[in-house]
Design a protein. Structure first.
Length: 88
């Protein structure tokens, strides 16, 4: 879980670093300086959305895993009951 989240954070950091490099390189352009904070804001929003999606997917996977475990237990019980009926 944390490995994926760490990866997402690293990607966001790279975006920030790359964006800050562009700001320094093209610092003479007033338009870019106005647009750059908006780009950073959009990237941060996308990162938050990715984190939320990741969290939701993680919860779904955990729920589905619990459902599968429960079904497996029920199937095991059913199998043993059927075996007992056959051996009678």
């Amino acid at each position: 879980m944390s490995a994926v989240l760490d990866f997402v954070c690293m990607v966001a950091l790279l975006f920030r670093l790359r964006l800050s490099n562009y700001i320094h390189i093209i610092s003479s352009s007033d338009h870019f300086l106005i647009v750059a904070p908006r780009i950073l804001q959009i990237l941060e929003q996308q990162l938050q959305q990715m984190r939320a999606t990741y969290q939701l997917n993680q919860e779904k996977l955990e729920y589905n895993f619990q459902v599968l475990k429960k079904r497996d237990e029920e199937n095991t019980i059913t199998k043993s009951q059927q075996k007992r009926k056959i051996t009678r």
